[in-house]
Write a protein that binds this ligand. Structure first.
Ligand SMILES: *Cc1c(COP(=O)(O)O)cnc(C)c1O
Length: 426
């Protein structure tokens, strides 16, 4: 992959970049777009990716994404398509479905949702009617947009009731969930969050759902990779429908998936196509199959457990740096901290971290209006960092937020750390 960038921005280092085989062709045909891709590759391999929803997918997954299946139309399902020439598309989808059901122990898998949000939309479409009441984690506590945000279809078309967390422990208050379920009689209960760092108690959610006759939808967009690697409990035995993304800890292509039992299979399939989507993205479906294959290997179980161990090291290190750690730690890849004890607000902290080369999001905190910081360890673990590296990240993190020490030196230490662990070596 010998690549000579034309007029690349100064911060670009193509070393460690994942570029497709025919990148040279793009470079010659369209230097403007090629330059953007090179710059993005340089950004990913010279700054530290702490965004909890991101990861580095494998060259094999990227190869499937850049494959001829990108050209194929395949509305429908294997054996029942609306287009001709679907033999290989059918084969790819059958492999993806077989691997997903085996990996997660589910009776049925739909691997066509274009994203996590599309998966949730289809789950609601399969089980609910507009106007139905749904109980989900409130947005202020870590609920996703699809859990009733006013600007999202969910908030527009359904009546959402939001449960929260205990203000002291930061943990889900199951007594409150039960009381809300009894009072509001929801048609569905959603468990899953964008920032809750602990495992939901799926068994208790199931009990509450049964008590009020509600469906239980588990939105495991974040921890699906931990579940695949045996590092988090599975909702499959408890939830009627499990929605997920394939690109977070699971480390596959950008996309969604749905798991359910045999009795809901047809409703879920029809809710994806033709109700909410048209033709499936077959190159992505093939890439999902590759990712499920990778996630079934013993090395992925090691990875998933490392991700959690690293998050615990990070949480302990940030606590030692003076941050307030939500729920006092983590069981997952997620760490949520409040920088207030350092005298800095969330947005200022994020900007200072960005200047030091550490990329992450702010998030809601379970109390008050201040913003916290949400970090994840999926990406840095993929690039081969060890516990000592992660402990160092916590120290650099504290120094950056406090603006302690020389900003240029901090930035170069972050750069050295990531360049020692390139996301795409070789
Ligand atoms: C990421 C996420 C989604 C949506 O995924 P997209 O692919 O961004 O649409 C849905 N629910 C939860 C809980 C998430 O964390």
């Amino acid at each position: 992959m010998p690549v000579t960038p034309p007029a690349a921005p100064p911060d670009v280092s193509p070393a460690g970049a994942a570029m497709p085989q025919d990148f040279d062709a793009l470079l010659h045909q369209d230097p403007e777009v090629a330059g953007i891709l090179l710059a993005e590759s340089g950004r990913q391999s010279s700054t530290l990716q702490l965004i909890a929803a991101e990861n580095f997918t494998s060259p094999a997954v990227l190869a499937a994404l850049g494959s001829p299946l990108a050209n194929k139309y395949a509305e429908g399902y294997p054996g029942a398509r609306h287009h001709g020439g679907c033999e290989q598309a059918d084969a790819a989808e059958r492999v993806a479905v077989r691997r997903a059901t085996t990996l997660f122990g589910a009776e049925h898998a739909n691997v066509q949702p274009h994203s996590g949000s599309s998966a949730v939309l289809a789950a609601y479409a399969a089980l609910l009617r507009p106007g139905d009441t749904v109980l989900a984690m409130g947005l202020a506590y870590g609920g996703h947009l699809t859990h009733g945000a006013p600007g999202n279809f969910s908030g527009r078309w359904f009546e959402f009731a939001g449960y929260g967390v205990d203000p002291d422990s930061g943990l889900i208050d199951y007594a409150q969930v039960r009381a809300l379920a009894r009072a509001r009689r929801p048609k569905a209960i959603v468990c899953g969050s964008i920032s809750y760092p602990r495992h939901p108690d799926y068994e208790t959610f199931r009990e509450i759902a049964d008590e009020v006759g509600a469906y239980l939808i588990a939105d495991t967009a974040h921890p699906m990779g931990l579940i695949a690697g045996g590092a988090a409990p599975s909702p499959v035995p408890y939830a009627d429908v499990v929605c997920a993304t394939t690109h977070k800890v699971l480390r596959g292509p950008r996309g969604g998936m749905i798991l359910c039992g045999a009795e809901l299979a047809e409703r879920i399939d029809r809710a994806v196509f033709p109700f909410t989507q048209g033709g499936a993205q077959m190159h992505t479906v093939a890439a999902k199959a590759v990712a499920f294959g990778e996630a079934a290997a013993p090395a992925f179980a090691v990875y998933a457990h490392q991700v959690v161990a690293h998050a615990r090291v990070l949480a302990a290190g940030l606590e030692a740096e003076g941050f307030e750690v939500a729920t006092d730690g983590t069981d997952t890849h997620l760490v949520v901290v409040d920088p207030a004890p350092l005298g800095v607000d969330g947005r200022t902290a994020r900007d200072r971290l960005m200047a030091a080369g550490m990329v992450l999001d702010t998030c809601a905190l379970p109390y008050g209006d201040a913003r916290g910081l949400r970090l994840g360890t999926a990406a840095l673990t993929t690039q081969g960092m060890d516990e000592a590296d992660v402990a160092r990240v916590a120290v650099l993190f504290g120094a950056a937020v406090r603006e302690r020490g020389d900003a240029g030196r901090l930035r170069s230490e972050v750069r050295e750390l990531v360049e020692r662990n390139p996301p795409y070596p070789g």
